[in-house]
Design a protein around this ligand. Sequence first.
Ligand SMILES: [Zn+2]
Length: 243
Amino acid sequence: MNNLFSLTLLLFISSFFCVQAQDVMLIEKNDHTTIEVKVSDISQITFHTIYLTCPDSNHPHVIDLGLPSGTKWSCCNVGADSPDENGNYYAWGETEVKSAYVANNYVYSHWTENSYGIPVQIFDDIGDEIAGTQYDAARANWGGSWRMPSLQQFKELMECCTYTPTTQLGTKGFLLTGPNGATIFLPSAGYRFAMETYSGCRYWSSTLDQEKNNAYRLNIYNQNWDCDSNKRYYGLPVRPVCP
Ligand SMILES: [Zn+2]
């Protein structure tokens, strides 16, 4: 009886440890401290070289502005070959460019009729945060760990950086300087509505404005900058971040 009890106890203990088993990735640093991460928590592993300024013309580069969150910013926009180019315009959640940006051709909506028979556009729920998802224009076009910046990451940029209106290689825009002195240039690429391109310096965030069914954007003007809400079907440029 004692043996049976012992065997049962042994099986119970071993099954307990089996259930508790988990795979971890161990990274040993040069100072011999170790970072341990559960493999089940890892979605992908990417390697980047981080710069304070573009070292060559092989853009995009990962720029470290010295931000508290550790967020790194790209040196250029999605679709741009260099920091002074405007790059592409995307409707929020879409990952391909198009010739016209209007409510009618916005991919993530559908139309219904209200009780008066008037057409009403319903915006599809593609998530409150699309960074890193299939709806992220930075991830879809650049891959790796690139993603659209969140509203929070834009707010950090505004809190921690200074900006100067400037012209770079003939392109008007703003030079943002981080706490460590590193800089990125944001062209005033404007935005697209219907088939026109309008002036301004606006950039999509990955964050939905639930109240208005819009999404948040960064706005930079000569005298100030802020984050507000923009209709999802407008075409805006995207400046990617690394997490
Ligand atoms: Zn660069």
